[in-house]
Design a protein around this ligand. Structure first.
Ligand code: ADP
Ligand code: ZN
Length: 431
């Protein structure tokens, strides 16, 4: 099923011509903003010298820092009265940044989200419960408008109030949910506590996004709920959700290249990498009126999957985000991503639905403590079994992350549940 088959299956030459046409318009619009005016001057860029899609590589990158510098209106490319909305990033890594939209930007965004939902097989006859935060965060309103554009009934449940969420799902036979992976694992715990089997619900699929999670976690969620879970990627600087989405094949996320120009770079050198190599995702708006952003460093690590997708869409796919360049932990000199730890943990059937990574410094040495909730039957069982599980977890983790963590096994519900983006790492070393 397609939302706009012509554009979703456009041939590569057609797509590149379209991108170049759109890019020229975006460059001209950006050049009028106070931020890029100065930026181009400082970097001696004359946009009339950019003569092809490839010449975009001559532009310097725009960073989150630049967005903060240009706060509040420095990157706005339209008169103030054409702006109809603002959103802000969640501020995971510092002061949040603000993004503006014209009516056309909102319409285009809704269209992309509708396209993404249709790619997963969702239709007007579905009932969609949106369990992402409404408000400044883009996860709520972004999916909301897209689902309405598609014509699906939307329940704007937002986050939290888990019992109410369950009741809505039961009463209105909800078939699709949008939720963070961490909250979905909490929700299943609450369902189990209340003796509700997932089969009693009408749920068919979940859109999981807003935070990194492993393939093992996706599979765990699919098995627990007995549904299909689709990966959804977006960031407020690029509208919000709907930048890249999995199709029914569930093998990587199609990034909508008629709206975003995609590059993968080496995060240390800035060099553009060929398809297939892992690096930092850099995105350029091709369709933005209010606030066009050029070569934006997302800090998200992924790679382009060069092979064509069986669904027939020609827009390339990106692989599951491995993490952010800035959530990489350096422990005793070794680089570790939380997602590496998560994929080991979630492969253990005894491991429950929440965990936390604690970093401490003792006598000048870095220590990693991983607190892991396990299923209560296991927790109240044989002590030797617990010791064995602890040793096995330590051993498998060490094989992946090289360092030797301390494992603390906990009863379900011991760690604070997360409703929005989960905070997985607590680094006490800086204090
Ligand atoms: P903040 O940067 O403050 O978290 P946003 O709310 O805009 O701001 O969140 C966007 C970020 O969320 C992305 O850059 C990415 O790091 C993360 N993210 C969103 N969707 C996914 C996903 N499906 N997988 C991994 N990370 C994701
Ligand atoms: Zn596909």
């Amino acid at each position: 099923m397609f939302w706009n088959k012509n554009i979703e299956t456009i041939d590569r030459t057609g797509l590149e011509n379209l991108q170049w046409e759109k890019l020229q318009k975006v460059l001209r619009a950006a050049a009028e903003t106070p931020f890029y005016k100065k930026f181009f001057l400082d970097h001696k860029i004359n946009i009339s010298e950019l003569v092809s899609l490839q010449s975009i590589a001559r532009l310097p990158f725009t960073t989150k820092h630049d967005l903060r510098l240009s706060y509040p209106y420095g990157m706005v490319a339209v008169p103030r009265d054409k702006i109809v909305r603002l959103h802000a990033s969640s501020g995971t890594t510092g002061k949040s940044t603000v993004i503006f939209y014209t009516q056309k930007d909102i319409d285009d965004w809704a269209d992309l989200v509708a396209r993404s939902m249709v790619a997963t097989g969702t239709s007007r006859s579905d009932v969609f419960q949106n369990m992402m935060g409404y408000g400044l965060f883009t996860g709520g309103l972004g999916l909301h408008y897209g689902a309405e554009r598609l014509g699906t009934m939307v329940i704007p449940a937002s986050t939290g109030n888990t019992l109410k969420q369950i009741q809505l799902m039961q009463d209105f036979e909800v078939s699709v949910i949008h939720i963070t992976p961490s909250y979905s694992l909490h929700l299943i715990d609450v369902l189990q506590e209340h003796g509700i089997a997932p089969e009693e619900l009408s749920l068919k699929k979940a859109y999981l996004g807003a935070e990194p999670y492993s393939e093992a976690t996706r599979q765990k969620i699919e098995e627990l709920y007995k549904i299909d879970a689709y990966n959804s990627y977006g960031l407020s600087e690029m509208n919000g959700p709907g930048v890249a989405f999995e199709c029914e094949e569930k093998k990587g996320m199609h990034i909508w290249e008629d709206y975003y120009f995609v590059e993968i770079i080496n995060p240390d050198t800035g060099e553009v990498l060929p398809d297939g190599e892992e690096g930092e995702l850099v995105l350029t708006h091709l369709n933005r009126e209010a606030q066009p952003i050029l070569r934006y460093r997302t800090r998200d690590l992924t790679r382009i999957i060069p092979e064509p997708c069986a669904c027939g869409r020609t827009h390339r796919r990106i692989e599951r985000i491995k993490g952010r360049t800035d959530d990489m932990m350096i422990i005793g000199g070794v680089n570790v991503f939380p997602s590496q730890i998560e994929s080991v943990l979630m492969n253990f059937p005894e491991v429950g639905n929440n965990y936390q990574i604690l970093l401490e410094r003792q006598e000048n040495l870095d220590r990693m403590i991983i607190k892991v909730e396990i299923y209560s039957k296991m927790f109240h069982g044989d002590l030797r079994e617990l010791k064995r599980l602890e040793a096995k977890l330590r051993e498998e983790l060490k094989a992946i992350i090289i360092i030797n963590p301390r494992i603390e096994l906990l009863e379900p519900g011991s760690l604070p549940p997360s409703m929005g983006k989960a905070i997985r790492v607590i680094d006490n070393r800086k204090i």
